[in-house]
Write a protein that binds this ligand. Structure first.
Ligand SMILES: C[S@@+](CC[C@H](N)C(=O)[O-])C[C@H]1O[C@@H](n2cnc3c(N)ncnc32)[C@H](O)[C@@H]1O
Length: 288
């Protein structure tokens, strides 16, 4: 509960800063203008430069500024007209709005978030974008407020690592997906062992780092939840200099720890499928 409260506090404050127009100094570098505004040194290497300008066209600037993801799940997922998409931890709503455009008026995109200020920001962004096939729901990703077998694609952008009960999140994602439904998620993933100082830091947990799963653990948890065709593809690998940026100000000894995590954290795109019929599949599990 303490962890959840800290997460809610941090992301609520981030949403309020965006709504008040003051930006996200430490985390907000997802657009060039944001980077320019705060100087390259303040760019979070995890959240910066995720969306290209073509995709961003027609999406309110405030939604881009609020982006705190670590990937671009809608660019990597196949989304078809008429499908139902659910974004776990939708934040300011950017991936929900992009998904809604892709699935078109016959489809629907749900965003789920537990933080009131984020939901208010996301609904404001939806109004500004004038997109109607969208609904933002209040709730927790460990207890998704949607019926079984009701969603075609579950997306998420840098949120599952924040949960203290990832098995439950994956079971819930599996439950709401229709048979044959796809899991298409961006998340921070760890390759190898991570120093205890990092694992123990609450600050780094709410910053999407300390709670990250090892790639092998992610695969095992997805398989246990019932998923099939599991694949983890790395999209960005963080080097010592990146680690310096995200470790600074967290109480961790940056000079000692940053070189020890060189290349160990990555952003990844995680794909999996709910088998079309019970008992089918359990074939592939590979790392990209
Ligand atoms: C790192 S931000 C990512 C937001 C968004 N996906 C993006 O790409 O900008 C994490 C978001 O997930 C929400 N969140 C974190 N843990 C959650 C949980 N257990 N249930 C629901 N929402 C959660 C936070 O409120 C926050 O809006």
């Amino acid at each position: 509960m303490e962890l959840k409260e800290k997460v809610r506090e941090k992301y609520g404050a981030a949403a309020r800063r965006v709504r008040e127009g003051s930006g996200l100094p430490a985390d907000c570098c997802s657009t060039t203008s944001c980077c320019d505004g705060f100087g390259a040194a303040s760019c979070d290497p995890i959240t910066s430069n995720l969306y290209d300008e073509t995709e961003a066209g027609g999406i309110p600037e405030q939604a881009l500024k609020a982006s705190l993801g670590c990937g671009n799940p809608t660019a990597l997922a196949s989304l078809n007209p008429g499908e139902v998409v659910l974004d776990l931890g939708s934040g300011g709503g950017i991936d929900v709005l992009l998904s809604a455009r892709r699935v078109g008026p016959q489809g629907k995109a749900y965003g789920l978030d537990m933080t009131d200020d984020m939901l208010a920001l996301a609904r404001e962004n939806q109004r500004k974008a004038g997109i109607e096939n969208v609904e933002f729901l209040k709730g927790e990703i460990e207890n998704i407020p949607l019926p079984d077998n009701s969603v075609d694609v579950v997306i998420s952008n840098c949120v599952i690592n924040l949960s203290g009960d990832k098995d439950r999140v994956l079971r819930e994602a599996f439950r709401v997906l229709k048979p044959g439904g796809r899991f298409a998620v961006a998340d921070v993933v760890v390759a190898g062992d991570v120093p205890d100082e990092i694992r123990r830091s609450m600050e780094l947990w709410v910053g999407c780092v300390a709670g990250a799963l090892r790639d092998s653990e992610y695969i095992a948890k997805l398989a246990r939840a019932g998923f099939d065709s599991i694949d983890i593809e790395s999209t960005r690998i963080y080097r010592t200099e990146d680690a310096r940026t995200f470790l600074t100000g967290t109480g961790v000894d940056v000079d000692a720890v940053a070189p020890r995590v060189d290349g160990k954290f990555m952003s990844a795109f995680i794909r999996a499928v709910k088998p079309a019929s019970p008992g089918e599949g359990r074939d592939t599990a590979c790392r990209g």
